[in-house]
Design a protein around this ligand. Structure first.
Ligand code: NAI
Length: 345
């Protein structure tokens, strides 16, 4: 049985793997460059499902419209789902995601950003291209012996911890649900703030994690701390981050995500005037490195994303239980089908 999917926010690098896996499994994709939002939902008319990424908007009005048009599935080709009103999807559209495609890609990118920052590689790269071989201002510091506070010890956080161990760093961790098999110490979030030379965020964006690093947190941070965020932008209050940098509390920031990224990231705005003053100011800082939600972007990850998304859609199409289906946690132990390992509805 065939299936057709409207694929939003398509980029050249997405298409080959999705076409390949789709063809093998009887799924055809229509690739749209535009993002899904209330204005573009109409493009999904006549499709069985939509495939979306981190900056598509799957809000209640979009969900109602999709449902009204007979669309049945929302396939997220990412792990995070903070852009989907899951509660509103319940009993209307099945939502699937790709929980892990390459946690190594993200953890390795996090370390790449940290090394770039502390060893001033970004500065050196530009200098030597101009035949400037001076070392002034490029002094870094050893990571060996430094304390890294890892917030969120799931798949990516755990790999990042292993990488940091390889560098001889001291690990502190915080997680709402600590790992039972951890061979590193868990401490409170306040202790992470107070004791870490480097803080790396590897947790999802939820209501209780929104602005985890805010003005209050600034008061607790160790002077000169490096902040790494390859998770979700809104884990950090960007205004507070800027304030912390100006006050020399934060020594450097490496950001692969930004709370207002959805209008900017993944597109070429060179030659344009950027209206976001906070981002512009952050980018003007010598100790801030920004990549545009690039941490996932490896060959391995792209292939895994396409393979898992196609698998998810095939399972839904064939009426099977999809292990990657997200459901609104109804909290009803008796009735909750997901807890009985059935389809959410
Ligand atoms: P995961 O689900 O394996 O781990 C998340 C961890 O956060 C879990 O251990 C969980 O217990 C913990 N957590 C949840 N709520 C918490 C709270 N309130 N306080 C402290 N800890 C809490 O997820 P994974 O795969 O490690 O991904 C982490 C994040 O990385 C994702 O949520 C996603 O936002 C981001 N990500 C970014 C990518 C990029 O390209 N920049 C690509 C993939 C993921």
């Amino acid at each position: 049985m065939g299936m057709n999917i409207a694929f939003f926010d398509a980029k050249d690098y997405d298409i080959p793997a999705f076409e390949r896996y789709g063809k093998e499994n009887g799924i055809s994709f229509k690739f749209y460059e535009t993002k899904l939002d209330a204005d573009t939902t109409e493009l999904a008319r006549g499709f069985d499902g939509v495939c979306v990424f981190v900056n598509d908007t799957v809000s209640a009005p979009v969900i109602d419209k999709l449902y009204g048009m007979g669309v049945k599935y929302i396939a997220l080709r990412c792990a995070g789902y903070n852009n989907v009103d899951l509660k509103h999807c319940f009993q209307k559209l099945h939502v699937v995601r790709v929980p892990a495609y390459s946690p190594y890609a993200v953890a390795e990118h996090t370390m790449a950003m940290l090394l770039t920052s502390v060893r001033r590689i970004h500065k050196a790269y530009n200098r030597t291209r101009e035949f400037n071989f001076s070392l002034n201002g490029l002094t870094g510091f050893d990571l060996h012996g430094k304390t890294v506070g890892v917030v969120g010890t799931g798949k990516i956080g755990s790999i990042f911890i292993d990488i940091c161990k390889g560098f001889g760093m001291n690990i502190l961790a915080y997680d709402k649900f600590p790992r039972q098999d951890a061979d590193f110490p868990y401490v409170s979030l306040d202790e992470i703030f107070e004791r870490s030379d480097i803080i790396s965020l590897h947790l999802p964006l939820f209501e209780d994690t929104y602005h985890l690093i805010d003005r209050e947190a600034l008061k607790k941070l160790k002077k000169g701390v490096i902040i790494l965020n390859t998770s979700r932008g809104a884990l950090i209050d960007s205004e507070a981050l800027l304030e912390g940098i100006k006050q020399r509390i934060i020594g450097a920031a490496c950001l692969d995500v930004y709370e207002e990224e959805s209008e900017l990231f993944f597109e070429d705005f060179s030659g344009h005037i950027i209206a976001d003053d906070t981002l512009a100011r952050l980018l003007s800082m010598p100790n801030v490195i920004v990549t545009s939600h690039q941490a996932f972007l490896t060959e391995e990850a792209l292939s895994n994303i396409a393979e898992t998304t196609v698998e998810n859609l095939t399972e839904l199409r064939d009426g099977k239980v999809c292990r990657n289906e997200l459901c609104y946690d109804c909290g009803n132990m008796e009735e909750c089908k997901k807890k009985r390992k059935e389809r959410c509805f």
